[in-house]
Design a protein. Structure first.
Length: 139
């Protein structure tokens, strides 16, 4: 089952040294999860001061600088994992360095059923074959 682990924390609680160590530990965790076939993605986010919020109200777009809500903890990053169950997701969350000074929220992913993407190469081959058939039928 796929889970999104959202890392929340106050941006101003980390020293530069702690932030660097957190990044190194996070990379180590990503590598470990990858080796186990559980890693789907992860990334820290830029400061909340760089956020832009978009809302649609009565068909009109409203854009504001900053986060959606003023809170003590902000979304600072995420891990996307594929594990057997919630217990395994919790075990991974226990290892996320940001949890030492923040909160890790675990949310199961609802997978959308989308059609398989056609590769550009396959599309080009199909197009070429169609053109060749069309040219032959015109002869």
């Amino acid at each position: 089952m796929k889970y999104m682990l959202l890392v929340y924390g106050a941006e101003d609680v980390w020293t530069q040294e702690e932030r660097q160590r957190c990044m190194q530990d996070s990379i180590h965790l990503c590598n470990d999860l990858h080796a186990k076939g559980q890693f789907l993605g992860a990334s820290p986010l830029h400061s909340v001061t760089t956020a832009t919020s978009v809302r649609i109200r009565d068909g009109k777009r409203l854009i504001t600088d900053g986060p959606f809500a003023e809170t003590a903890e902000q979304l600072g990053g995420y891990f996307l994992i594929d594990v057997e169950n919630l217990d395994e997701a919790i075990a991974v969350a226990d290892r996320i360095p940001g949890g030492k000074q923040g909160t890790i929220e675990i949310r199961p992913i609802i997978e959308l059923e989308l059609p398989s993407p056609v590769s550009a190469h396959s599309a080009a081959l199909a197009s070429t074959a169609s053109l060749e058939t069309q040219v032959r039928s015109e002869d």
